[in-house]
Design a protein around this ligand. Sequence first.
Ligand code: NAP
Length: 233
Amino acid sequence: MDLIGKIAVITGVSKGIGEALCQQLLAEGCTVFGLGRNNFKSSVENYTFISTDVRNVEEVNTAFETILKEHSHIDILINNAGLGYFGNVDDLPLKEWDEMMQTNVNGMFYCTRLAVPVMKKNGFGHIINIASTAGLEGMPMVSGYCATKWAVKGFSESLWRELRDFKIKVTCVYPGSVKTDFFRNSPNITPHDYMLMPEDVANMMVYALKTPDNFHQVNLEVRPLQPKGPKSN
Ligand SMILES: NC(=O)c1ccc[n+]([C@@H]2O[C@H](COP(=O)([O-])OP(=O)(O)OC[C@H]3O[C@@H](n4cnc5c(N)ncnc54)[C@H](OP(=O)(O)O)[C@@H]3O)[C@@H](O)[C@H]2O)c1
């Protein structure tokens, strides 16, 4: 299936995986709406940035109203906006827990609940939620972030079963470490070339979006093969 003319909404577009996916979907011929606090580029053809903090339900509502004033359908929703804070549970500030929950979980829900009715009406849609391998396993000092990504997993696992008969696909992506700004809150980790590249993760999602209508990639778990580089013998 080609993506020419498809209407795509992506959250968190200023950098990293979201920016890479934006560029690739535009190259595939999609009309892309980027929802975020910051933009990646100001003026590209077929691209509209709508200033939106996904934690703010009113801003999300307004963003979707704006899109649906222009277009009668939304074909693709990518819930990508997210962030992590790390540390021992007894040191994790409430503010950081709340910001992760509100962005990674609430933001995903606020966008999905508005995209689903139009997708149902059109009998077509593909939602991709970006979880993490932190949504598959627990890790010391990552409890808050893991909790949010396990929520993304639970939401996605339920939704694909709920929406399949409306011809809506839901794919959950579980990347290992990706070389982005994500690690800015993690002083012990510096992004490096043995991590996954955001462009490769985006490319995999484009591939999933292009699969035939009756072909559903439910989960995509991807990890660097050698995250610490080649082993010296
Ligand atoms: N990098 C990794 O190793 C890794 C691994 C697995 C999963 N992930 C997940 O992949 C997704 C993308 O992360 P990334 O690696 O590309 O990190 P990144 O480079 O830090 O990008 C995160 C994006 O989310 C946006 N964002 C954050 N809070 C937002 C809010 N409240 N409203 C709107 N946009 C917001 C950021 O925009 P601002 O400019 O507004 O901050 C930015 O565009 C996240 O969900 C992350 O949890 C990352």
